[in-house]
Ligand binder design. Structure first.
Ligand code: GLC
Length: 425
């Protein structure tokens, strides 16, 4: 079922870019994300492709929260709709949509695929079929106010406990100094896929596992996971506003970028938005790996690589593949990194002098990317959505104070075991 509001906004966001169309030109539809600068970047690139090739492109705007796009994709794909050609794919959708996507090994030359990090190619592949071409690498990162850490003589925190203390000290200091709207930490606490990302980071960085392990065992009910969720719940209404329970990426970014939070967890695009020419925070923001559960422990940013795929029911697979290759190719990835700090998936760009000058933290982002933790989508395949929503709902109920982490994780363990038994993974 597509939400009717979403359907309308999608239609409103649909723009056919008229090109001087050559005889026999194809019209290819493309879905572009609406987060941050993404829509502009994506549509500019598609327009350039259309101009170069004489085809036309019809651009559909996805909602800012990606998991709202998944039901629409599923509906269009199960109806074998020819209206959908090239799609932006979240890494966790690859397993769910695999049977309805084209094997890109048949349309993209092997040497072009080999330019991308092997880990991203593996994440876009199922059973030897490449269904999601890597487009940009992403992991959760910690953004912070460099100026405020300096003002209060605080180091960049290495553990969640340290972050909690520093956020409190600075928040209270700034409130006393005349900013009643100041908070310590803003992140994604809404009941949606984004919370699965934030929460798996708390678990994995505290030795609390990844909900379901690589072999398919449900591991979520463990003492370290419970402790990590309890710590996060203690932030709500202390260093984080109560409204965090309804924040996604864009609403939490809004609070940080108006200057009202010391720390902010988000994806790498916030480097681009917070450092933009008209940003209030230009020059004041630092970025680092997320904290660990304990001193010397691991940092675990959630892996959020974006891929692109082509529907198996596309009426123009060749033109669709041409658009996909353009969008995910070297020069477009380079432009997106320089203009908006999207991390490339093509290894040589990490040594490109122009790229490094524009995004000095790229080396660190790559280190965070290497340590990233994957959500259990490749082991739970078609059941991932159910697993993730059971997880984020359980975590949300603890954050909202409706239950304890001990009870919620124990019930969740039982629910996930049932899903596993039905799904046979
Ligand atoms: C970002 C990530 C994606 C994740 C989503 C959650 O778009 O790239 O992997 O699922 O955020 O909101």
């Amino acid at each position: 079922m597509i939400h009717s509001k979403f359907k309308t906004s999608l239609l409103c966001g649909s723009v056919a870019v008229a090109m001087a169309s050559a005889a026999g030109a194809d019209t290819v539809s493309l879905f572009c994300s609406a987060s941050g600068a993404e829509y502009q970047l994506c549509s500019d690139a598609a327009t350039a492709w259309a101009k170069d090739t004489g085809n036309e492109v019809k651009i559909n705007k996805m909602p800012a929260s990606w998991d709202e796009a998944l039901p629409l994709y599923q509906q269009l794909l199960s109806a074998k709709s020819p209206d959908i050609d090239v799609m932006l794919l979240d890494v966790v959708w690859v397993g769910m949509l695999k049977d309805q996507l084209l094997d890109l090994n048949t349309v993209v030359p092997a040497e072009e695929i080999a330019q991308h990090f092997a880990s991203t190619v593996a994440a876009g592949s199922v059973d030897g079929k490449l269904v999601g071409m890597p487009w940009y690498a992403d992991t959760g990162l910690m953004f912070y106010r460099k100026d405020l850490l300096e003002k209060y003589g605080k180091p960049v925190p290495k553990t969640w406990a340290e972050m909690t203390d520093t956020a409190k000290v600075i928040m209270e200091g700034e409130r006393a100094a005349g900013n009643p709207d100041m908070w310590g930490y803003v992140w994604q606490g809404k009941s949606y896929e984004g919370l699965s990302c934030d929460a798996i980071e708390w678990l994995a960085s505290s030795n609390g596992g990844t909900i379901v392990d690589a072999a398919g065992a449900v591991t979520v009910n463990n003492a370290d996971a419970i402790k990590a969720v309890d710590l996060a719940a203690s932030w709500v209404d202390t260093i984080s506003p109560k409204g965090v329970l309804d924040y996604d990426e864009e609403s939490s970014r809004g609070v940080f970028e108006t200057g009202n939070s010391v720390f902010h967890r988000n994806w790498s695009y916030v480097w681009g938005t917070s450092q933009g020419a008209d940003s209030k925070l230009k020059g004041l923001v630092g970025v680092t790996a997320l904290p660990s559960g304990s001193a010397g422990g691991p940092s675990a940013g959630c892996m959020g690589t974006a891929h692109m795929g082509v529907s198996k029911y596309s009426a123009h697979p060749e033109a669709a593949a041409s658009l996909l290759r353009f969008m995910t190719g070297l020069s477009e990835q380079k432009r997106r990194t320089i203009d908006a700090a999207y991390n490339p998936t093509i290894a040589t760009l990490y040594e490109d002098a122009e790229v490094l000058a524009a995004v000095p933290f790229l080396g660190d982002a790559r280190a965070a990317f290497d340590q990233a933790v994957s959500r259990p989508s490749s082991v739970t395949l078609g059941d991932y959505n159910q697993v993730s929503s059971a997880f984020y709902q359980a975590v949300h109920s603890v954050l909202a104070g409706e239950t304890t982490a001990t009870d919620a994780m124990s019930l969740l363990q039982a629910d996930l075991e049932k899903i596993k038994a039905r799904g046979g993974w």
